[in-house]
Design a protein around this ligand. Structure first.
Ligand code: HEM
Ligand code: SF4
Ligand code: SF4
Length: 381
């Protein structure tokens, strides 16, 4: 396309420049019923999966329909969301903290036609555009990251693994039959952008090979001390090397100390480590953020490695399904997955979920590892 100026003048970049204006204020976008009843809500009910009603002190009601969003969406799709909001919600809508979309209306008569309309909309491939659900004790949207769509440090893909997993867990999105809500998150490297460290089930991209070192360019591309300081196990040290008679400054990696975190590559473009067969997925389980009944928990590694099997990751999705089925069958009402695992004991968790326990799962990182071992004779055979 030919160049079309927005009015910005590259010869005078600071002229007419607007800066530090921040986001639009949230209350500019309140539906009138929300603005009127703000801070004065009495109670709410979940009418059916994906549909809530909030009742204010004034007696006003607002109905909310929550629909799944794929997070990564086109402007065409956003326009369709706007069109629906214009049709039923006077042009108002919101996105949730798990990237679902909520359509709100104070008109009860709009709920049924909106629901039918939303469920009638499908992509050419057959997938629902706006599946209704994500409320109560079920599986809601998967918080996820960039993957192979945009990041340079991933060990797996985000959008692909998430679509494959949500397809397998779709019945739990549109229903509320689990003991408690179940949060699934994914991150494509162990920077853990998002919520993998605090979710009921977490999908995490993992490398299994140390970085390659581009000795020829490393001193030109990288601030070498930063790469050295990036390593959590001190596997990297500065080194000199001779290539074609020239002495070059570089690093060496002690491979038996490297655990493939990829942190050095984040600091230094000359230390790439992504690998076709080496990379894959770790599954973690048992984290939560809320304070309900007991304190928040980190998720724990329960499957050390599952290969990347794009485009549908069948081993990974089957393992997740098995864990959720065992939890669903065995846990008490209101018990989150981590609370269940701790009550029955992790040795029972592995048994019930039919997961293999390998030495990879035993913590070996510094002093705190000791506290994860068992210093009691209390265990089950
Ligand atoms: C030829 C001279 C220098 C070079 C090539 C150089 C290069 C760099 C580089 C590559 C970084 C890392 C930036 C990053 O994190 O992405 C950095 C950071 C920094 N440099 Fe220098 N530097 C030079 C001189 C200096 C001097 C003279 C000072 C102070 C008087 C200084 C202060 C800093 C500080 C404070 C940071 C950290 C900035 C931050 O918080 O990110 N540098 N420098
Ligand atoms: S989790 Fe890692 S690979 Fe994924 S988006 Fe974040 S930094 Fe990039
Ligand atoms: S991948 Fe991680 S552990 Fe290995 S050398 Fe780089 S920073 Fe150290």
């Amino acid at each position: 396309m030919a160049f079309i100026s927005s009015g910005y003048n590259p010869k005078k970049p600071m002229e007419n420049r607007i800066t530090d204006i921040g986001p639009r204020k949230y209350d500019e976008f309140y539906p009138p019923v929300i603005a009127k009843n703000k801070g004065k809500w009495l109670y709410h009910e979940i009418l059916e999966p994906g549909i809530l009603v909030h009742v204010g002190e004034s007696g006003d009601k607002v109905y909310t329909i929550r629909v799944g969003g794929c997070r990564f969406m086109s402007v065409t799709h956003l326009r369709e969301i706007n069109e629906i909001a214009d049709k039923y919600c006077d042009g108002y809508l919101r996105f949730t903290t798990r990237n679902n979309i909520e359509f709100m209306t104070d008109k009860e008569e709009n709920v049924k036609p909106m629901k039918e309309d939303l469920l009638s909309r499908k992509f050419a491939g057959g997938s629902y555009k706006f599946p209704i659900g994500g409320t109560g004790a079920g599986v809601t949207n998967i918080v996820h990251t960039q993957g192979w769509i945009h990041c340079h440090t991933p060990a797996t893909d985000a959008s692909g693994t998430v679509k494959a997993t949500m397809d397998v867990l779709f019945d739990q999105f549109t229903d509320m039959k689990l003991p408690a809500k179940l949060r699934v998150s994914m991150a494509c490297c162990l920077n853990m952008c998002g919520a993998v460290h605090c979710s009921d089930i977490a999908i995490l991209g993992y490398h299994r090979k140390p970085p390659m070192i581009d000795h020829e360019y490393i001193d030109k591309m990288c601030e070498i001390p930063l790469a050295i300081a990036a390593c959590p196990t001190a596997a990297i040290k500065p080194t000199k090397i001779e290539i074609e008679g020239k002495e070059l400054k570089t690093v060496s990696v002690k491979e038996e100390k490297c655990m493939f975190c990829g942190n050095c590559y984040t600091m230094c473009p000359s230390m790439p480590l992504a690998d076709d067969v080496g990379d894959g997925i770790v599954l973690m389980a048992g984290g939560k953020i809320s304070n309900r009944r007991d304190a928040p928990k980190f998720s724990k590694v329960v499957v050390a490695f599952i290969p990347n099997e794009q485009p549908r990751w069948p081993t990974m999705t089957a393992t997740i399904k098995r864990m959720i089925e065992a939890y669903s069958k065995d846990a008490n009402k209101y018990e989150r997955l981590g609370q269940w695992a701790e009550r029955i004991g992790w040795e029972r968790f592995f048994e019930k979920c039919e997961l293999e326990f390998t030495h990879h799962l035993i913590d070996d990182f510094r002093d705190p590892a000791y506290y994860t071992w068992r210093q009691t004779t209390n265990f089950k055979f």
